[in-house]
Design a protein around this ligand. Structure first.
Ligand code: 2AM
Length: 483
C-alpha cells in the first residue's frame, strides 16, 4: 500500500503551492487537490515533480489518502468558497478529523465555522498565514486558533514550516479558541497599515518639507534600519527609494492612490464595536481612503491655499526627530493593537498569550521587527500588563522620543503637510497620560440636552445626578424614558 499523506491541501494557487512545497521540504507527505483539477496534474508534473506529493482528483480521493486523524487544509478564496468546501469535505471525514482554513477569513466567520464543524463531531482550525508568497515557501508567520483539541495534531507540521527567530523558536503557536487566530491575523494586518502609513508620512515630510532626493532618503532609511526601527517595512522602503528606472526613482512615477483589501477596515470596525481607541490604525485606513479621492484632491489643490513657508530649521535635527516620531508612534500603534486584542479576549472568551503573539509576529510576516522581541519581553515579565505604555522599557522609550516627535508634528502642521497617524498617536499618548480629560463638560452637555445624567467627583462612583440646567426642563432623567 502506498504511504498515506500527513496532511491534505485544497487550493493550488501560489500561496497553496508554496506552502505545500515548504511542508514537503520538511519531510511531510502532502496530498493536494484543486477545484480546477488540471492544476493538480500540472503541479505534480511541474514544481512537485519527484517529491512526496499525492495528487488527488476529487475531495473523496484527497480524504482517502490521509493518515488519521485526517487534516484537510484549505487555502482558497475567502468567503463563500470556504463554506462550500467545508460542506464538501465533511462527508469524507470521521470523528476527530480536522478541517483547517489558512485563508484570510474574517474572524466572525471562523467563530461560526468552528461551531458548525464541531457540531459534526470534527475539529476546526482557522489560521492566519502571513508573509506572502515568499513567506509561504520559506517560512511564514502562522497564527492558528479554533478547536483546542486539534492543536497537538498539527503542531509539529505548523511549527516546522513556520519562520524561526534567532534562537530557533518558531513564529507559530496556539493563539486561542474559535476565531482567535484569524482575529490576531486581522490585528496584524491593521498594524501593518499603521506601520506603512507612519513611514509614508515621514517620507512626505522628508521630500516636501526638507526637499530631500530619493537617494538621500534611501540613505536615511538605511541608517534607521540599524537601530530601534530595524524592520522589514523600513528595509523594503530603503530598497524602494533606491530603485531606479531609466536613472530615476520609480516610486515618484507611481500614482498616489492606495488600494486596500479590507483587513485594516475590519480592524477599525472591530475597535469601534469594542470601544477601543485604535486611532493610529483608524487614521491609516482613512488616509488610504483620502488618497483614493485623487480627482477631487487635484481639483481642490488648484483652488485652496495652504501655508507657504520654506523650511529654515536644522535638517539633520529634523531627520533625527523623525526617527523619534516614527518610534514613538509605533509604540502607540502596538499599545493600541494589544489593547484591542485584550478587549476582544474578554468579549469572545479567548485566553490569548500576548508574549506568544509578539513572537509569532517577530519573524516571517510583514510587520516583523526587532521591536517585537521587546514586546515579548514586556509580556514575559508581566503577563497581565494592561497597556504597553506602562511597561518600564516602553515608557522610557516614549518619554525619550516625545520631544522630537512633538517637534515633527508641530512643524508638519504649521507647514500644512498631513501627518494624521503621527499626530493622532501623539494625541492618544497625551490623552492616555491625562488624569483629567474634558469629558466632564461632555457629560454636562449630554445631561443638558438629553438628561443623560452624570457622576460627580465629590460623590462615590455609581451615583448618578441630573440637573435642571435652564430652569425650564423638568427633573426627569433620561433613564426614565427611552429616546
Ligand atoms: P481554482 O484554481 O479552481 O480557481 C485561490 O484562488 C484558490 O481558491 C484557487 O485554488 C481557486 O481555485 C480557489 N477558488 C477561487 N474561487 C473559488 C470558488 N468560488 N469556489 C471554489 N474555489 C475557489
Amino acid at each position: 500500500m502506498t504511504k498515506l499523506a500527513d496532511i491534505g491541501l485544497i487550493g493550488l494557487a501560489v500561496m497553496g503551492e508554496n506552502l505545500v512545497l515548504n511542508m514537503e521540504s520538511k519531510g511531510y507527505t502532502v496530498a493536494v487537490y484543486n477545484r480546477t483539477v488540471e492544476k493538480v496534474d500540472k503541479f505534480i508534473k511541474g514544481r512537485g515533480a519527484g517529491k512526496n506529493f499525492i495528487g488527488a482528483h476529487s475531495i473523496k480521493e484527497l480524504c482517502a489518502s490521509l493518515e488519521k486523524p485526517r487534516k484537510v487544509m484549505m487555502l482558497v478564496k475567502a468567503g463563500q468558497p470556504v463554506d462550500d468546501f467545508i460542506d464538501l469535505i465533511i462527508p469524507h471525514l470521521e470523528e476527530g478529523d480536522i478541517i483547517i482554513d489558512g485563508g484570510n477569513s474574517h474572524f466572525p466567520d471562523t467563530i461560526r465555522r468552528t461551531k458548525y464543524v464541531e457540531s459534526k463531531g470534527l475539529l476546526y482550525i482557522g489560521t492566519g498565514v502571513s508573509g506572502g508568497e515568499e513567506g509561504a515557501l520559506k517560512g511564514p508567520s502562522m497564527m492558528p486558533g479554533g478547536s483546542p483539541a486539534a492543536w497537538p495534531a498539527v503542531k509539529d507540521i505548523f511549527q516546522s514550516v513556520a519562520a524561526k527567530v534567532e534562537d530557533g523558536s518558531p513564529c507559530c503557536d496556539w493563539v486561542g479558541e474559535d476565531g482567535a487566530g484569524h482575529f490576531v491575523k486581522m490585528v496584524h494586518n491593521g498594524i501593518e497599515y499603521g506601520d506603512m502609513q507612519i513611514i509614508c508620512e515621514a517620507y512626505q515630510l522628508m521630500k516636501e518639507m526638507l526637499g530631500m532626493s530619493s537617494d538621500e532618503m534611501h540613505e536615511v532609511f538605511k541608517e534607521w534600519n540599524k537601530g530601534d526601527l530595524d524592520s522589514y517595512l523600513i528595509e523594503i522602503t530603503r530598497d524602494i527609494l533606491g530603485y531606479k528606472e531609466d536613472g530615476e526613482a520609480l516610486v515618484e512615477k507611481i500614482l498616489d492612490t492606495a488600494g486596500q483589501k479590507g483587513t485594516g477596515k475590519w480592524t477599525g470596525v472591530s475597535a469601534l464595536d469594542l470601544g477601543i481607541p485604535l486611532t493610529l490604525i483608524g487614521e491609516s485606513v482613512f488616509a488610504r481612503c483620502l488618497s483614493a479621492q485623487k480627482d477631487l484632491r487635484v481639483e481642490a489643490s488648484k483652488v485652496i491655499e495652504g501655508p507657504k513657508v520654506k523650511f529654515e530649521g536644522d535638517k539633520a535635527q529634523m531627520i533625527n526627530d523623525l526617527k523619534d516620531a516614527l518610534f514613538g508612534a509605533k509604540i502607540i500603534s502596538y499599545a493600541q493593537g494589544y489593547n484591542l486584542m485584550m478587549e476582544a479576549a474578554k468579549e469572545y472568551n479567548w485566553n490569548l498569550n500576548y508574549g506568544g503573539i509578539a513572537l509569532m509576529w517577530r519573524g516571517g510576516c510583514i510587520i516583523r521587527s526587532v521591536f517585537l522581541a521587546d514586546i515579548k519581553k514586556a509580556f514575559d515579565k508581566n503577563p497581565t500588563l494592561a497597556n504597553l505604555l506602562l511597561d518600564p522599557y516602553f515608557k522610557g522609550k516614549v518619554e525619550k522620543a516625545q520631544a522630537g516627535w512633538r517637534r515633527v508634528c508641530a512643524t508638519a502642521l504649521s507647514y500644512g503637510i498631513p501627518v494624521p497617524a503621527l499626530t493622532s498617536a501623539l494625541c492618544y499618548f497625551d490623552g492616555f497620560r491625562s488624569e483629567r480629560l474634558p469629558a466632564n463638560l461632555l457629560q454636562a452637555q449630554r445631561d443638558y440636552f438629553g438628561a443623560h445624567t452624570y457622576e460627580r467627583i465629590d460623590k462615590p462612583r455609581g451615583e448618578f445626578f441630573h440637573t435642571n440646567w435652564t430652569g425650564r426642563g423638568g427633573d426627569t432623567a433620561s433613564t426614565t424614558y427611552d429616546v
